[in-house]
Design a binder for this molecule. Structure first.
Ligand SMILES: [Zn+2]
Length: 151
């Protein structure tokens, strides 16, 4: 059953602050010598732990990966399998003609593996919090684990 979530549930303030700080710290570690577009991501798991990651570029461009992928790897390495909230940090939120950052298409699908449709995805810069979406809003009618028979 697909639920159409139109209003994301707010991320509790204490956890949002923790996620924002973790994403800010991760962004400073980004390896982005080619695009110079540093991104940090933070994912809150079902135990209340925050896992962060940064983008990692490569001279062979397609071999680089996104901050969300790094954060998901950290979540899985911790033993967790479910995300309750996601924060992505980058860009300038419109301050100099850029826009609020949201996960790329590939990352939306990666997040789908570990997120329920109503999981909030918060956009942010280092200086401000931006719009928040549900995964369902960013990746409607998605393909996920429920489509496959699991052993
Ligand atoms: Zn991505």
């Amino acid at each position: 059953m697909v639920t159409m979530s139109t209003t994301p549930a707010p991320i509790p303030a204490e956890q949002l602050t923790q996620m924002w700080a973790a994403a800010r710290a991760a962004q400073t570690r980004a390896y982005a010598p080619y695009s110079r577009y540093a991104v940090g991501a933070a994912i809150l798991d079902e135990q209340g732990e925050v896992h962060a990651g940064c983008n990692v570029e490569n001279a062979a461009y397609p071999q680089g990966w996104c901050a969300e992928a790094s954060a998901l790897a950290a979540l899985v390495m911790s033993g967790s399998r479910r995300a309750r909230a996601v924060l992505v940090l980058g860009g300038d939120g419109g301050a100099t003609g850029g826009d609020w950052i949201t996960p790329c298409g590939g990352c939306r699908q990666k997040l789908r593996e570990f997120c329920d449709p109503e999981v909030p995805i918060q956009s942010a810069t280092a200086d401000a919090l931006g719009p928040v979406y549900t995964l369902e809003q960013l990746l409607p009618h998605s393909f996920g684990p429920g489509h496959l028979k699991t052993p």
